[in-house]
Write a protein that binds this ligand. Structure first.
Ligand code: SUG
Length: 442
């Protein structure tokens, strides 16, 4: 059996982190629209979560923010002149487009890509398909830079295959690992890959909110990656209507354990049977009933958007949950109940990622899980590996370069563009990204 560990790659929050309400169907994003954000605090929260994972003994990596405002996007829409003039005109005549060009959404690394570890891939490499995220305009700007970012962190093509995003067509709408769960007896052994889709591209979709992932997108990802143990499952329409814009709002899994809300899947009996049939191990289904936690409270508390991790030397799992779970009585009771018995989850740790949570991003949204063997781990870009020293350095960098208060109207301030570029230019040195990583550097 090959030894392998789960590494987490977290998206560092960018300097333009704001609450512009850009994501319909994501209730937190809608509720907090127009509030003042605190980009500096968001970085500090994200780094503290990375520190926790590092201290628990898992390899942790930092994924850089993307260049925002995306001036190239605004230019492609006809805004011209100097960069400052582009920002000024967009802010005055099309503020929605400026907000879009400024979103710090690449922080949600669970949407960066779908990953197939080498133990599951036909050619024995680790495969990545960056998500095209084309359902939301602000997120559709991410795929190309994400591919660059993953190629920088995973440069060795004999071990890693970073594909291009799927064609940017609604048939292949893809949101990455947020709708994928891998189960296995052990990280280094062949596992089950559960691909959860919201709509079939050949059917009509008339839901109140968009269904962001198509079945056809995941079928293409599975084929490209040569991913074994594939199970395809339909997300419940009722869940999407209730604000479950990604399946990871109501479902998370690790090792043999799938932890999910009763209302997650259109046909949960079939999902369980298909996983059993595909698994070379005995899966454990931990299902939370509507009676114990109504779907609306599951969405509000983000209980299932916890990270479920397997720590070195421990048989049972650890749940890294958002603070909001501890503050939601029924969600808290479910979490307490989980760890009180002899079930697969041994303990719960709470983290404060409130800045991200207000945009609908919990602890699980902020990370991309990549199962790696020791040799694969050694082939990553070491400068992006999280250490306490890097935390101190990035904390000081954010303290010096980030604002602690930003209203959507402030995005029109041309000084923010200069501040952001200065910050990102420094970051490329801190993280060893090269001097042509961002469009403004090329
Ligand atoms: O795509 N929010 C993100 C949150 C992504 C959460 N990721 C996972 N569930 N894995 C989204 O809806 C809001 C941005 C704004 O409104 O400014 C936003 O894009």
């Amino acid at each position: 059996m090959t030894q392998a560990v789960e590494a987490n790659c977290d998206g560092l929050v960018g300097p333009t982190h704001s609450f512009a309400g850009l994501a319909p169907g994501n209730l937190a994003s809608e509720i907090h629209k127009g509030e003042a954000s605190n980009p500096r605090a968001a970085v500090v929260e994200g780094l503290a979560k990375m520190r926790l994972l590092h201290d628990l003994g898992l390899p942790q990596f930092v994924l850089p923010p993307h260049e925002r405002p995306d001036v190239g996007f605004l230019r492609s829409l006809g805004f011209g002149g100097t960069d400052a003039a582009v920002i000024e005109a967009a802010g005055r005549t099309a503020p929605e487009l400026l907000n879009t060009a400024c979103s710090a959404s690449p922080m949600w690394a669970a949407n960066a890509a779908t990953v197939t570890p080498s133990a599951d891939a036909a050619d024995g490499r680790v495969h990545f398909t960056p998500a095209n995220l084309l359902t939301n305009l602000h997120r559709s700007l991410e795929g190309e830079q994400t591919a660059r970012s993953l190629r920088t962190l995973f440069p060795d093509e004999t071990r890693f295959a970073v594909h291009d995003p799927l064609p940017a067509q609604p048939h292949f709408a893809d949101e990455g690992a947020a709708n994928h769960v891998r189960l296995c007896a052990d990280h280094g052994e062949a596992g089950v890959n559960l691909f959860v889709w919201g709509r079939d591209a050949w059917e009509g979709w008339s839901g109140k909110f968009p269904a962001r992932q198509t079945r056809q997108a995941f079928e293409a990802v599975q084929r490209r990656h040569g991913a074994g143990g594939a199970v395809f499952a339909r997300q419940a329409r009722r869940a999407i209507e209730a604000g479950v814009f990604h399946n990871d709002v109501v479902c998370v899994g690790a090792r043999q354990c799938l932890f999910f809300h009763e209302a997650a899947f259109e046909d949960r009996t079939a999902v369980e049977a298909d996983i059993r049939a595909a698994a070379g191990f005995e899966p454990v289904f931990v299902e939370v009933a509507e009676a114990d936690l109504p779907l609306g409270e599951a969405v509000k508390s983000y209980l299932f958007n916890s990270m479920l991790i397997s720590l070195p030397g421990e048989d049972r799992l650890t749940l890294i949950a958002p603070m909001e779970v501890a503050e939601t009585p029924r969600a808290h009771a479910v979490a307490q109940g989980l760890v009180s018995g002899n079930g697969p989850i041994r303990r719960v740790e709470y983290v404060d990622v409130r800045q991200s949570m207000r945009n609908g991003g919990g602890p699980a949204c902020l990370r991309l899980r990549v199962v790696l063997t020791d040799e694969e781990l050694a082939a990553t870009n070491a400068d992006q590996r999280f250490t306490p020293a890097l935390q101190t350095r990035l904390g000081a960098w954010a303290e010096a370069r980030y604002r602690d208060r930003l209203l959507p109207a402030d995005l029109a301030d041309p000084a923010l563009l200069v501040e952001s570029r200065t910050a990102l230019d420094e970051l490329t040195q801190i993280l060893g990204l090269g001097s042509d990583f961002y469009p403004f550097q090329r």
